[in-house]
Ligand binder design. Structure first.
Ligand SMILES: [Zn+2]
Length: 64
């Protein structure tokens, strides 16, 4: 796993975090179930985008 996709432990309980996909993607703590917002991949400027997973991982890793 590269550093780009590495998930930090939960900032609240230190639990293991996973990328969860369910009509969108979010990062969720498997212990306390705190989570990021849900994002979906879409289209921008006529092109498909695939940044939703990377975005939620970045949001998770930046949480305080
Ligand atoms: Zn947690």
């Amino acid at each position: 796993m590269s550093d780009e996709t590495k998930l930090l432990p939960c900032p609240f309980c230190g639990g293991k975090a996973v990328v969860h996909v369910n009509e969108g993607v979010c990062v969720i703590c498997t212990n306390c179930e705190s989570r990021t917002i849900n994002l979906i991949d879409g289209r921008g400027n006529g092109r498909y985008t695939g940044g939703a997973i990377k975005s939620v991982i970045e949001k998770w890793n930046r949480r305080i």
